[in-house]
Design a protein around this ligand. Structure first.
Ligand SMILES: C[S@@+](CC[C@H](N)C(=O)[O-])C[C@H]1O[C@@H](n2cnc3c(N)ncnc32)[C@H](O)[C@@H]1O
Length: 309
């Protein structure tokens, strides 16, 4: 029995090492990001387990146990209120940059009566987002690079971008483009995975190796720190002056355990999608565990940012 278990663990570790070393998701350009998200969208596993929101959930500190998908919905409402987006009048034009399959966009359109455009680098996400969106909702989607937004200066009353920045190498241009399309006085709401402040903390070898895996496994070229991205926003010539940030690591951290647990709670998904999906799921577990460790130890932080145009 023990020998069997040992052999199976060995085979599984071997498989994971092979899959990890042959890694088409390692960031080379924005094309890597679009093909990774096209694949994640088409294999349906992410959507079945994470739902229509490809971002972490918000958990109160009093209770970590909450429905995973509800936690993601709660996250959107918390960020709307924290950023001040809820103060914008109904009908305000909002752009959701890096919109995924439109989870946030639909909430902004449905619950706040905003007129929403979601943009993403993945054409498969645009197709899926459009399928999931009722025709009567004021919410549509386009393929577009966040670094080259095809909109005039000041076109939007609000800019929303959740967990997209980690996929973008040129953080200054990402900040500039978001603030350029925001009208003067409009509201910017951003959330992202950030690294610790490396001006204060020098990383040891193990931390560096963990960081490299977190970058390479999910098509991330680099993580900004909360401090450096705040500077990017402040340095933009379109910034209205004040930039505020906060660290929501403690509110979002339970999402990592829930991401793994959801796989066990929803074994029906693997039966529905077939054996390949099981291997895809197993492949993500080491990265999710590393993320949990990194967010738990302070190596990574969950940054939120608000600013005015
Ligand atoms: C982690 S997902 C978050 C999706 C969505 N914001 C959500 O919360 O459900 C990252 C998103 O950023 C998008 N993205 C990454 N790089 C981008 C770029 N250069 N331009 C536009 N979208 C980009 C991806 O296509 C994906 O939709």
């Amino acid at each position: 029995m023990l020998i069997n278990l040992f052999l199976w663990s060995l085979i599984l570790s071997f498989l994971i090492i092979i899959i990890w070393s042959f890694n088409p998701r390692k960031y080379r350009s924005s094309l890597t990001v679009s093909s990774s998200y096209d694949a994640w969208t088409n294999d349906k596993l992410l959507e079945k387990l994470w739902g229509e929101h490809i971002h972490l959930g918000y958990y109160s500190q009093l209770s970590n146990s909450k429905d995973f998908k509800q936690a993601k919905i709660d996250f959107v409402h918390h960020l709307v209120h924290w950023s001040g987006l809820d103060k914008l009048p109904k009908g305000s034009r909002i752009i959701d940059i890096g919109c995924g399959i439109g989870g946030s966009s639909r909430i902004l359109a449905r619950d706040y009566d905003f007129d929403v455009v979601g943009v993403t680098i993945s054409s498969e996400q645009v197709k899926r987002a459009s399928q999931l969106t009722p025709k009567d909702l004021s919410c549509r989607f386009q393929v577009m690079d966040a670094l080259n937004l095809k909109f005039q200066d000041g076109s939007y009353d609000g800019v929303w971008s959740v967990e997209a920045g980690a996929h973008i190498l040129d953080k200054q241009r990402y900040a500039d483009e978001m603030l350029r399309v925001l009208r003067p006085g409009g509201v910017l709401a951003v959330a992202d995975w950030n690294r610790c402040n490396d001006k204060k903390l020098s990383l040891g070898l193990v931390d560096k190796l963990i960081m490299k895996q977190l970058l390479d496994q999910w098509s991330h070229p680099e993580f900004a720190s909360i401090e450096s991205f705040s500077e990017n926003l402040l340095n933009s010539s379109f910034c209205g002056g004040k930039v505020e940030s906060d660290d929501w690591s403690k509110f979002t951290k339970p999402s990592w355990n829930d991401s793994i647990m959801e796989g066990f709670r929803r074994l029906d998904v693997f039966i529905e999608l077939g054996p390949k999906s099981f291997l895809h799921g197993i492949r993500e577990i080491p990265t999710i565990i590393l993320m949990r460790l990194a967010f738990g130890s302070g190596l990574m932080r969950f940054g939120v940012f608000r600013a005015r145009g």
